[in-house]
Design a protein around this ligand. Structure first.
Ligand code: HEC
Length: 114
């Protein structure tokens, strides 16, 4: 049941993400509880993702991510503990929660945020 809900949620996220082009895949990964699950901690601007109350991490938008080029985002997503050993953000690359290609799609999404 849970699994079926997860598949439905992922399918809905994919459908809604189709307007995002390449970043749509990253958007789906951002939302998917079995993948990035980034919305457990981060809010994004209205329309970019589901409205959530999460505030463990900072709200992510274009203004916030100004100056975050691909290399800096890649380093963070692979292993945020390198910048902050006490962070609660998971080391997606180091723990193989996401592969290199998925991390690139998430960067596409982050750079497409309004
Ligand atoms: C368990 C909570 C949690 C999850 C899940 C999480 N993050 Fe984070 N994130 C944080 C916290 C807390 C910070 C603040 C920096 C720190 O802790 O060092 C952060 C920082 C960031 C930043 C830097 C923003 C800034 O201005 O400092 C980005 C970008 C980011 N996260 C993206 C993501 C993405 C993309 C995902 C999903 C793949 C994700 N996060 C999942 C908690 C989380």
């Amino acid at each position: 049941m849970r699994r079926r809900l997860r598949i439905l949620a992922a399918a809905a996220a994919l459908a809604a993400g189709s307007a995002w082009g390449q970043a749509g895949e990253g958007r789906a990964l951002f939302i998917d509880p079995g993948k990035g699950n980034c919305i457990a901690c981060h809010q994004v601007p209205a329309g970019a993702g589901p409205a959530v109350r999460a505030d463990v991490g900072p709200r992510l938008d274009a203004a916030r991510l100004k100056g975050w080029d691909r290399a800096r985002l890649r380093d963070l997503l692979r292993d945020p503990t390198r910048a902050n050993p006490d962070t609660v953000m998971p080391p997606y690359g180091r723990h193989r929660l996401l592969d290199d290609r998925e991390i690139e799609r998430l960067i596409d999404f982050l750079h497409a945020l309004p």
